[in-house]
Design a protein around this ligand. Structure first.
Ligand code: NAD
Length: 414
């Protein structure tokens, strides 16, 4: 399913429940601004290739816009637009004062040299530098980007404005104004929501089974944190394969193996299973941590997880949501489950603006407080309105954004 259509369908569901009028829904469907940029990059073979990049700024009613930058060959404008809309809702769900944005560049970093990736990142930054900024739009890492790219963005933007400006981007290395705890924040936040969710499912996380789809930043960190609190990671996957061991997989060793070989496939002491089998595994927790559109009407009915905690953005289609809700699978939606990343990005931005830095304990304590409160708030709404967690989270987020727009006078009535 086209992710933008998915985001619109979700908005329509929440809008109906909230009784929003047509005009309001019409306004929320469209981003405020969309930038398409063409980035010439000199390749190592001496030739120049022009890459296409996007930055979509959806809504800034609640504050400067915020969202990651994705490098992937399949990036499309519709995907980036959907991701920007989800960022608006995500910041609203956890109550941080940001709107939503997202960026993407159509490229395959796995086939590029470090120098080419750096030139691409600097070129993309120059192309959008007039439209981003600490009070306007603050990028962050997403698929195939990390603290390394954020450092280049900070440097290139700082050159453009003529002074050091760490607050223009988050997810930076510590020595450039990054925050303690940012690297694993998305996954730690996810685990905090799961720690609340298991209370309603009679699961003890100390010996719970965990399945992780996508062993990148979010997937590996989630596996590590679950492992460290006593849960058993029984399966993990990436684009090249799926590994399974009912007795448990050591996530640290799996990470080291993937670093060496480029994949989880073939990891010692595991069995290779198919992608289809991965979704059908009997498990307490399933963490999709890859890309959109993974849990669909075709595989949702066969899933035997008790809880799905969405590390990825948009992994579940609306049709699959219905099936999972009927089967009493508790889905902690992306805009809640993976909001720990943007929350610690917010903490990083606050630290940059104050030029005063916090210890890791302080970051994680604040993160836990924020995620636990958001989970319980949304869970309470599911009870009150008789809806699933995604609908409740969307209802809360959309209503919050509309109220802010109304207070500012940009919306007559909801
Ligand atoms: P990443 O590039 O570090 O990792 C993605 C992983 O998914 C890779 O290991 C890749 O091999 C794997 N993958 C891709 N397609 C797959 C498939 N079909 N089956 C199995 N594995 C597949 O990216 P990331 O930063 O970990 O992001 C993963 C997801 O989490 C994305 O949806 C992203 O938008 C979301 N997210 C990331 C953050 C963050 O802080 N990085 C925050 C919130 C949400």
């Amino acid at each position: 399913m086209n992710p933008y259509n998915m985001a619109l369908k979700q908005l329509a569901i929440a809008g109906k429940k909230l009784n929003l009028n047509e005009d309001t829904l019409e306004m929320l469907k469209y981003p405020k601004r969309v930038f398409t940029v063409y980035i010439p990059v000199e390749l190592v073979n001496g030739k120049t290739k022009v890459f296409t990049g996007y930055r979509v700024q959806h809504n800034n009613a609640r504050g400067p816009m915020k969202g990651g930058i994705r490098y992937h060959p399949d990036v499309t404008l519709d995907e980036v637009t959907a991701l920007s809309i989800w960022m608006t809702w995500k910041c609203s769900v956890v109550g941080i004062p940001y709107g939503g944005a997202k960026g993407g560049v159509v490229c395959n970093p796995k086939e590029m040299s470090v120098n080419e990736i750096e030139r691409l990142t600097r070129g993309y930054t120059r192309a959008i530098s007039d439209y981003i900024g600490p009070m306007v739009d603050i990028p962050a890492p997403d698929v195939n980007t990390s603290s390394r790219e954020m450092a280049w963005i900070m440097d290139e933007y700082s050159k453009a404005v003529g002074y050091n400006c760490p607050a223009v981007v988050t997810g930076k290395p510590l020595n450039l104004g990054g925050s303690e705890g940012r690297e694993e924040a998305t996954s730690l936040g996810l685990v905090y929501t799961v720690q609340e969710a298991v209370k309603h499912k009679n699961i003890d996380l100390k010996d719970a089974a965990i399945v992780v789809q996508g062993y990148g930043n979010v997937g590996w960190n989630a596996a590590k944190i679950f492992h460290d609190i006593g849960s058993k990671v029984i399966a993990a996957s990436d684009t090249k394969g799926v590994v399974y061991n009912r007795q448990g997989i050591n996530p640290y060793k799996l990470r080291d193996y993937k670093k060496k070989t480029g994949t989880v496939k073939g990891f010692e002491g595991t069995e290779a299973i198919s992608e289809e089998e991965l979704f059908e595994l009997e498990t307490d927790i399933f963490v999709p941590a890859a890309l959109e559109n993974q849990i669909t009407k075709d595989n949702a009915g066969a899933m035997r997880a008790k809880i799905i905690a969405e590390g990825a953005n948009g992994p579940t289609t609306p049709e699959a949501d219905k099936i999972l809700h009927t089967n009493e699978v508790l889905v902690i939606p992306d805009i809640l489950a993976n909001a720990g990343g943007v929350s610690v990005s917010y903490f990083e931005w606050v630290q940059n603006l104050q030029n005063y830095y916090w210890a890791k304990e302080e970051v994680n304590t604040r993160l836990k407080r924020l995620m636990t409160k958001a989970f319980n708030n949304i869970y309470e709404m599911t009870r009150k309105h008789g809806v699933d967690m995604r609908t409740a989270a969307l209802m809360y987020a959309v209503d919050n954004v509309c109220n802010t727009m109304q207070s500012r006078g940009s919306l007559d009535k909801k």
